[in-house]
Write a protein of this length. Sequence first.
Lengths: 231, 316
Amino acid sequence: MIKDVKEILFEVLQAIIPIVVVVSLIQFFVIRTPIDLFWQFIAGAVMVTAGLFLFLVGVRVSLLPIGEMIGSEVTSHGSLVFLLVAAFIFGFVITVAEPDVRVLSHQVDIASRGAIESNILIVAVALGVGLFVSLAILRILLGIPIFYLLTAGYVLIVILSFFTPPAFVAISFDAGGVTTGPMAVPFILALGVGATAVLGGKSTVSDTFGLIGLASIGPVLSVMILGVIFG
Amino acid sequence: MSLYAILQGFDDVLTEVLMAMSPVLVLFLIFLLVFKLPKKMLLSLLQGVLFAFAGLALFLQGVHVGFLPVGNEMGAIIGALPNRWILIPLGFLLGFVATMAEPAVRILSDQVEKSSSGSIRSNTILYTLCLAVGIFIALGMTRIVYGIPFYYIIIPGYLLAIILMIFSKPSFTSIAFDSGGVATGPMTVTFIMAMAVGAADRIAGRDAVIDGFGLIALVALAPIIMVMLLGFLYPDDNQDDDNDEKNPEGLPAEIEDNIEADTSLHSHGEMPTDPSPEDGQDLEADSQNISYQDNNEDAKSSQGKEVKDNDRDSQA
């Protein structure tokens, strides 16, 4: 466990320090933002580092093992319908807690000056992830080739994008990218491993492949639909 | 800088984090009670939620008072400059560095090296990915500076991904689509996005919402396209062809050990699993359909896989 914690700390520092260095260089050599604001950035960076570290420790050391255990209990006790409903709820709940999703929706809220409210966007993204995670589990159980679903999903996105109001197009594509954050990915993968175990005895690790790819299609579609409804 | 500036709005953040974390807590609690799992799990759950709560609160506060305002401000300053094209090289630089720093990207590089049987060096892949993300961000910034509609970039990008998927080797396609998220770490999502939104907000004729977003989508698309393209560099050999024929679903045996690495790739933290000698044997047995291995377990599992694949074939 101590090794995990050290690893997480190293990983967080490795990801944040280079960006802070580059931004500082830009600040001193290219564009000067007010110096107070720059110090605020440095303080923010310290908070981001500490926060990400604590968050990842909590998720990986405690929450993920529990999630995996629940996943295997659900899959071994439950019926197909129960499994799919559980997958949906899991996907939804995990996305609601995903840091990247929060940051995107906050920025959208600010940029649209409140027109696209943060919580509505989060719920839309979470619905999309939940739906597509249970769809992905269903495809594992039915043995539908992943490539059909990926192609269908991508084609659907391209078509739907022409009917989406302009304000929602870029945001919906971005929504697909933020669901692959530090919270959602390990949980979604754990769920897939649980579902493949149901297939019976032999490990079929290869089946979990595509879960992340599929899970990031869901929110793109759901935010586009949100746009069609609101726009 | 006053303390107020840093703590500003922290109460809102706390409320938000409470709303974010409580569904996880409630859901897990219900499951723990329903399945009557050991008491010590409850303690672990409480501990995990507490850590995650504090962490998320600090992270979001840091982003709200530090990364977003500075990103927005830098973007806005550049947007007001006559030579605002410097947003393009700056975007490239930031994208390159952020990708280089992202732990998941390194793991992905090792994984691609492994599935090319070492013929593509992991450092080559790493730099290619950094370059790709840098170029895609530069492209996104170009779009903001010159007002090119997002459609013109994202739709061809998605179509390219679909076309590549048809021709790409299954082992590379599988890694590609799951690796969509490797470069979209918290750094890209916070700082680079804020800069783009700030610039779009300032430049006349651009809209913060319509033009400012879309970078994350491009950053997610870059590795998908690059990994499949890298797959074409890896010379075809018989082994791969065999696999294609035997698994109509398009999941060659190689994937089995790729996926192991994939799991670690996405959990961001764990190091990639070293290719163990057993894996190598398994792969050989699968691809040549020979099962005279010392280890009976291995032979059984590859046969089981074969049977399952045939089942699937008839269903599909």
